[in-house]
Design a protein around this ligand. Structure first.
Ligand code: ZN
Length: 417
């Protein structure tokens, strides 16, 4: 993926030393280091601004320790760092964990960010596991994992910051702004600017669950290219909202996407494990692993939705869903119903168009106007494929109740990342 090649500055390249270091035998702050078996240079250290000549016979790759948060992480090692917001904002709070896995060979810097909303646990677990499982000695490039950016929210089981602001509406932030804006500014400068590409994990919000899906501005060629590495995970085109991390990152030239995984406040292994697999596939596509099989899905077409709508309830009461996440439905398919427990009346919610259920509310009490089902809209081509598949399965019974017209809003005011 040429666009994701590491942006090594000339200075960094000049500082490159021939080394293949193992964390077990050298302090993390040692720099430069020499791998076992290599002759130690005799005499004074060479001037630091002279790189090994191109095509030299050095057996190891040219790679430097990775510097982040005033620490050096040696090639081929993993290190746990801590990030704190600026200006003493996090005083008294747990620090935010940062895991750096610095590969033994050069490659891109991929950042996995989670917990910007403190109650969105699935992404925290996805990022945590990947930060622990990736083998630094087999990695090309660097993985930066920030599993719990909003420690304030995490410890309080809250989406928000103490000032009730949304951190994911505050990027890139300002030095003298609100609490959220200062935190965003610090994190953006300390971590995000070091990334060559970025995935920001989220979940549905407020009692809603999302099918694992990438949200990305597909009008940006570099972002589009990045999403092509996501294997079978569906991609939803979404320009995003001002202040979102992915929007701010893309504005500074870093391809970035949001990865929606399930519902907040729960740990859903059925979503967590496929999301981890998606990132493994992505890292293969970015040539971050030694080429060893695994990439079976390389030729899978990525399902992409360019249009999606929220379907709202027209009645207040108790919402019961009749579809499942990921289900393909036809026009008029009954998505669920709302029972008014006072009058015992029932109002059906039906699909306003053919598509796939990308997100949905959990069964709960709702008011009229509540966004209950998020549907990806099929293009005519996608619909033809679906109808052919349905025709081949004539036994399938499709519930239809077109007596009530659902309200399809033209935009997604309740869609949150
Ligand atoms: Zn979120």
């Amino acid at each position: 993926m040429p666009t994701l090649l590491p942006r090594l500055s000339p200075l960094t390249q000049a500082l490159a030393v021939a080394t293949l270091a193992m964390a077990s035998w050298a302090s993390a702050q040692d720099f430069p280091v020499v791998a076992p078996g290599q002759a130690k240079p005799v005499g004074p250290e060479p001037p630091p601004l002279i790189a090994a000549p191109a095509g030299s016979q050095a057996t190891a790759e040219l790679i430097t320790p990775f510097q982040l948060l005033d620490r050096f992480v040696l090639p081929g090692s993993r290190q746990a760092l801590q990030w704190r917001p600026p200006d003493g904002l996090g005083r008294g709070e747990l620090p935010s964990p940062i895991i750096v896995v610095h590969g033994a060979k050069p490659g891109p810097v991929l950042c996995l960010i989670a917990g910007i909303h403190g109650d969105e646990l699935n992404g925290i677990e996805v990022a945590r596991r990947l930060g622990q499982e990736v083998d630094a000695t087999r990695l090309n490039g660097t993985l930066i994992v920030a599993p719990i950016v909003n420690v304030f929210g995490y410890t309080r089981i809250s989406r928000y910051l103490p000032d009730r602001r949304d951190l994911n509406r505050s990027f890139p932030g300002t030095r003298a702004g609100s609490i959220a804006s200062r935190m965003a500014h610090g994190f953006f400068n300390d971590i995000v600017r070091r990334c060559d590409a970025l995935v920001d994990f989220h979940t549905g919000s407020f009692q809603r669950s999302n099918l694992p899906q990438i949200r990305a501005d597909l009008t940006n060629p570099e972002v589009l290219e990045f999403t092509r590495g996501m294997g079978k995970t569906l991609v939803l085109h979404s320009p995003g909202t001002r202040g979102m991390l992915r929007v701010a990152a893309v504005a500074t030239g870093i391809p970035a996407v949001t990865f929606e995984v399930g519902a907040p406040q729960f740990l859903e292994l059925e979503h967590i494990e496929p999301a981890i697999e998606t990132i493994r596939v992505l890292m293969h596509r970015m040539d971050m692993f030694e080429a060893k099989g695994h990439d079976e899905s390389a030729q899978d077409p990525v399902p992409i939705y360019f249009d999606s709508r929220w379907v709202r309830t027209n009645a207040s009461g108790l919402l019961f869903s009749e579809v499942s996440l990921g289900q393909q439905v036809r026009l008029g398919h009954r998505l669920g119903h709302v029972i008014d427990p006072v009058t015992n009346t029932r109002t059906d919610i039906v699909a306003p168009f053919a598509g796939q259920v990308l997100g949905m509310a959990l069964n709960q009490q709702v008011l009229a106007g509540y966004a209950a089902f998020h549907m990806g809209k099929l293009t005519s081509e996608q619909q033809a494929v679906l109808e052919a598949a349905e025709a081949a399965n004539a036994a399938e019974v499709v519930d239809e109740d077109p007596s009530e017209r659902p309200m399809g809003e033209p935009d997604n005011p309740d869609e949150r990342e």
